[in-house]
Design a protein around this ligand. Structure first.
Ligand code: SAM
Length: 454
């Protein structure tokens, strides 16, 4: 760092001794009111918080009202918007996506006909990713659980690929002390070799003319600038420059003809991050994939959609599909692409799981409650106070006393959380058990009352 920063080193070290800023990004699909908080200047609807809340104790965090994301990472918004201007219906891959910070950001940046494939190689982490994507409720994400090498089966398919690479994590040193202990020269080398391997594995899946966004949370040149250089030498990758406001304190790093952007904690209000956007040379041509006779995804039959069509609004933006015993939604016009992906990758979650079909009956699923386009008037709802909302999230059998029998949508300060099915003076709680809040409700309520961000 001495070599890289020179006389800025004392400021850098002083910044590492300060607490890390805490920030959130609002879900514009669900809430429109803007809070009176300090804005993160390089992102829309993103704010610094004056203190760190116990996020798990806030029902709105579970409702996908916002995502707790480190501020520098939100620079992706600026990079994505700049690099993808003019792309009308982009197919985007987030290759190393768990837990989902950048995926949930990308999901909102996509135009209505866009589709995001959010992939995570580690299975348990892929399920956390699916949970966060489901709670975000944008409906335009397919979650997969694959090794980067599997994407070689999808030659020149993606318009944009983000690799938020596993790295030596120097930028996390003040937020996460464990990152300090995991650091070693050997690990830096391992990370840089792995990053190059992942880039090589996935390059073919990018369309000629397509955009690669590469990021790490480290300052290490062999994991950052050197990877750009390698992409330039190996594949002729071209640079894309991102317009910056000097007030942000982002540092431009020249790497030959390519530019990377580095966040240092003493200059920008956020953690350490490196990001760059590159263009793959050439012009896209249509790739013909071998057609498979056996389809995994089929449009739902009219008598099936009849059962659920009123549960959703903006229906022109969505198409109904049938997957196993579930009726799901995908963004309109994406079925063929989704089929191609489903044929070649391991799908964890897709679009919106709206309902489960049991004989001739459709039961609403948790994802429908959290979907931004759920048509709420179709169901009686019950506004839970914070205590009841937290008990619902703990999967206790709360009873919405004044509600009719049947499916009741539990809301917290107007935002839907999930379902209970009321039968006279009892009710079954359909919050997924894997998502259950582990904190005691009294402790959670206390933390919530002490401070919650919105
Ligand atoms: N993009 C995520 C976000 O914004 O929330 C953070 C991703 S984190 C920096 C890197 C991810 O890469 C981790 O989820 C990790 O499990 C995954 N990973 C680890 N080894 C990998 C490999 N060999 N290939 C692809 N991904 C890997």
């Amino acid at each position: 760092m001495q070599r890289v920063l020179g006389d800025q080193l004392p400021d850098f070290l002083a910044a590492l001794a300060q607490p890390a800023p805490v920030s959130i990004r609002l879900n514009a699909g669900k809430i429109t009111a803007l809070p009176e908080l300090e804005r993160v200047p390089w992102a829309h609807t993103a704010y610094y918080l004056p203190q760190r809340p116990a996020f798990a104790a806030d029902p709105w965090w579970h409702a996908g009202a916002y995502y707790a994301q480190e501020a520098s990472s939100m620079f992706l918004e600026k990079v994505f918007r700049t690099a993808t201007t003019g792309l009308e219906s982009p197919l985007v891959l987030d290759l190393a996506a768990a837990p989902g910070g950048k995926s949930t950001l990308l999901a909102l940046l996509l135009p209505p006909v866009g589709l995001l494939v959010a992939n995570e190689v580690i299975r348990t982490r892929a399920h956390i990713l699916a949970e966060n994507v489901t709670k975000w409720g944008s409906g335009n994400v397919i979650v997969t659980n694959n090794d980067p090498v599997h994407f070689q089966a999808l030659t020149e398919l993606f318009d944009v690929i983000l690799l938020d690479a596993p790295c030596s994590g120097e930028g996390l040193f003040r937020k996460d002390p464990a990152a300090v202990n995991e650091w070693s020269e050997a690990n830096v080398q391992l990370c840089s070799e792995r990053q190059q391997r992942i880039l090589a594995d996935v390059w073919d899946a990018l369309k000629p003319g397509g955009i690669l966004i590469y990021s790490t949370c480290t300052y290490e040149p062999s994991e950052n600038e050197a990877q750009l250089q390698w992409l330039r030498q190996e594949y002729g990758a071209e640079g894309i420059t991102i317009p910056l406001d000097p007030a942000w304190g982002v540092t431009e790093l020249q790497s030959g003809v390519l530019t990377g952007y580095q966040f240092y904690p003493h200059r920008a209000k956020g953690e350490g991050l490196f990001m760059a956007a590159l263009r793959k040379p050439g012009t896209a041509t249509l790739v013909h994939y071998r057609k498979t006779r056996h389809k995994l995804l089929t449009p739902a039959a009219p008598r099936e959609t009849e059962l659920v069509k009123d549960w959703v609004q903006n229906t022109e933006s969505w198409q109904w599909i049938r997957l196993g015993d579930k009726i799901q939604l995908l963004p309109s016009g994406t079925l063929e692409t989704a089929e191609l992906i489903a044929q070649r990758l391991r799908i964890v979650y897709m679009g919106v799981e709206v309902a489960e079909l049991i004989r001739t009956q459709a039961n609403p699923l948790p994802a429908l409650a959290l979907f931004k386009d759920v048509f709420r008037e179709c169901f009686p709802d019950f506004g839970a106070d914070p205590e009841m909302a937290l008990r619902f999230l703990r999967k206790e059998d709360i009873v919405p006393l004044d509600s009719p029998n049947g499916w009741v949508l539990i809301t917290s300060q107007e935002l839907p959380l999930g379902w209970v099915k009321k039968i006279n003076n009892r009710a079954n709680n359909y919050w997924p058990k894997e998502w259950r809040l582990r904190m005691e409700w009294k402790e959670a309520l206390q933390a919530y009352q002490h401070y919650h961000p919105l």
